[in-house]
Design a binder for this molecule. Structure first.
Ligand code: IMP
Length: 208
């Protein structure tokens, strides 16, 4: 199988940077949705990360006729029975868990505010990031992998790096949050890093 370009189905600059860095060893050109001529939208209506990732990868691959990688990821907090989960990107706007959170500076900050409000005084702060990555070749072939990163929710946001919930997530065995890590440090231990490395190992077996 010959692959020279892969579309990564995201417009999230933080995620795209992480994908490009992780894929650099394969020498395959990475495109994003921002490079595509016309835009289509795919609703994320699945109840699992895998359902959402397959739906995105398949739709974009068939539309743009390009091998496509889609990821669905999120944060699962034990004390919130696995929430925000598949709602991680828009947790702030859910009525559940004490109502909506106002977006002042950004959606990421509103999500963090809601989580910290719910976690106030909660002793069990265990959480994990989950990443499910799907690779879909138009009509031909598909692969999927998953990765996890275990840790805990901090009392307040710390650090400027990364994106999303990084400032309030302290990985197990580290004295700092993901937002205080360099991109290399984060990729080495992150859910996305693990899922993408597994995918790259599988792809190496099938591409020439
Ligand atoms: P989606 O996979 O693009 O739907 O992203 C879901 C949401 O999960 C993001 O908007 C972030 O809030 C969160 N998320 C996913 N991966 C990470 C990460 O590596 N760090 C922090 N937050 C993340």
């Amino acid at each position: 199988m010959n692959i020279d370009k892969i579309l990564v189905a995201t417009t999230n600059k933080g995620k795209l940077k992480e994908f490009k860095r992780l894929f650099s060893e394969l020498g395959i050109e990475i495109l994003s949705l921002d490079d595509m001529p016309e835009k289509i939208t795919v609703e994320e209506t699945g109840e699992t990360f895998l359902e959402n990732a397959i739906q995105k990868a398949r739709t974009y691959a068939l539309h743009y006729k390009l091998p496509t990688i889609a990821e669905d990821a999120g944060l699962e907090i034990d004390a919130l029975v696995g929430y925000p989960g598949v709602y991680s990107a828009r947790f702030y706007e859910l009525e559940e868990f004490g109502g909506k959170e106002l977006v002042e500076e950004s959606k990421d900050k509103a999500n963090i505010k809601k989580v910290l409000r719910l976690m106030e005084g909660v002793e069990n702060r265990k959480a994990r990031f989950v990443s499910v990555v799907v690779f879909y070749m138009p009509r031909d072939f598909g692969l999927w992998t998953e990765g996890y990163c275990y840790g805990e929710i901090t009392e307040k946001p710390v650090g400027e790096g990364g994106f999303g919930y990084d400032p309030i997530f302290k990985p197990e065995g580290y004295g700092k949050t993901m937002a205080q890590m360099t991109p290399e440090e984060k990729n080495a231990i992150s859910h996305r890093g693990e899922a993408v490395r597994k995918l790259i190992n599988l792809l190496k077996k099938v591409i020439s």
